[in-house]
Design a protein around this ligand. Structure first.
Ligand code: 13P
Length: 249
């Protein structure tokens, strides 16, 4: 059995001062965790959170990065800027970015390649909408997101990739996928990765579940054989809830 990767996605929450207190609270509580603990924080919190987590077992992530190393891209942040700031992980292609900021499978691929080239570990998000699930299109959508979003990612690079399966209808809605639904769908994603990279790479790949995971449902979700961790939004903003998820299995 793999350990799990439990990552908080803070989204656009927490001023740097608030980030410092949350991480200071988390540090001793997760010090003995057997799972990998990551917090993906807003850009403006990175310096504070990297300083506060130094010497601890909390890893720091960002929530996006550009696909170019530098240039005339006003408002963007490059992968090497994140690396220099002490960031290890970066969320790519979150459904909120796909829905509100024009993210496509092609830009997901470009950002993922750039993140890997800089030495970051991308947490690449995939997932279907409610309409797609109800229309029986879940597998088709996931297969497309995987085939296009990973088209130029090599088998070697896959060792540094984390995938987050986040059904869009379960994000921030309180509607969690059932354990069986999440397990079965992640199993399907792993099958698509196996077709692309072979079974060994697919088995070693970490695929997280995300979408209304909380301190109450985490143990059951994380006990499922295909689920290698969680990407947690709302519940990652409250220390005791996030710690309960980190320690749920
Ligand atoms: P919630 O846990 O708030 O549903 O958010 C999930 C998510 O989008 C994590 O990336």
């Amino acid at each position: 059995m793999k350990n799990k990767i439990i990552a908080g996605n803070w989204k656009m929450n927490k001023l740097a001062s608030e980030a410092k207190s949350l991480v200071a609270e988390l540090k001793p509580l997760v010090a003995d965790a057997k799972n990998t603990v990551v917090v993906c924080v807003p850009y403006t919190d990175i310096a504070t959170v990297v300083a506060e987590t130094k010497g601890s077992n909390i890893h720091v992530g960002a929530q996006n990065c550009h696909w170019k190393e530098s240039g005339a891209f006003t408002g963007e942040i490059s992968p090497s800027m994140l690396v220099e700031a002490g960031v290890e992980y970066v969320v790519i292609g979150h459904s909120e970015r796909r829905a509100y900021f024009g993210e496509t499978d092609a830009t997901v691929l470009a950002r993922t390649k750039a993140a890997l080239a800089a030495g970051l570990k991308p947490i690449v998000c995939i997932g279907e909408t409610l309409d797609e699930r109800q229309g029986g299109k879940t597998e088709e959508v996931l297969a497309r997101q995987i085939k296009l979003g990973f088209a130029e990612v090599s088998a070697e690079e896959m060792a540094n990739v984390v995938v987050a399966y986040e059904p869009v209808w379960a994000i921030g809605t309180g509607m969690t996928a059932t354990c069986e639904q999440a397990n079965e769908t992640i199993g399907y994603c792993r099958k698509v990765f196996a077709e692309m990279y072979g079974q060994k790479v697919a088995d070693a790949l970490y695929i997280q579940y995300g979408g209304s995971m909380n301190d109450k449902n985490a143990a059951e979700l994380l006990s499922m054989p295909e689920i290698d961790g969680g990407l947690i939004g709302g519940a990652s903003l409250v220390a005791e809830k996030f710690v309960a998820i980190v320690k749920a299995n």
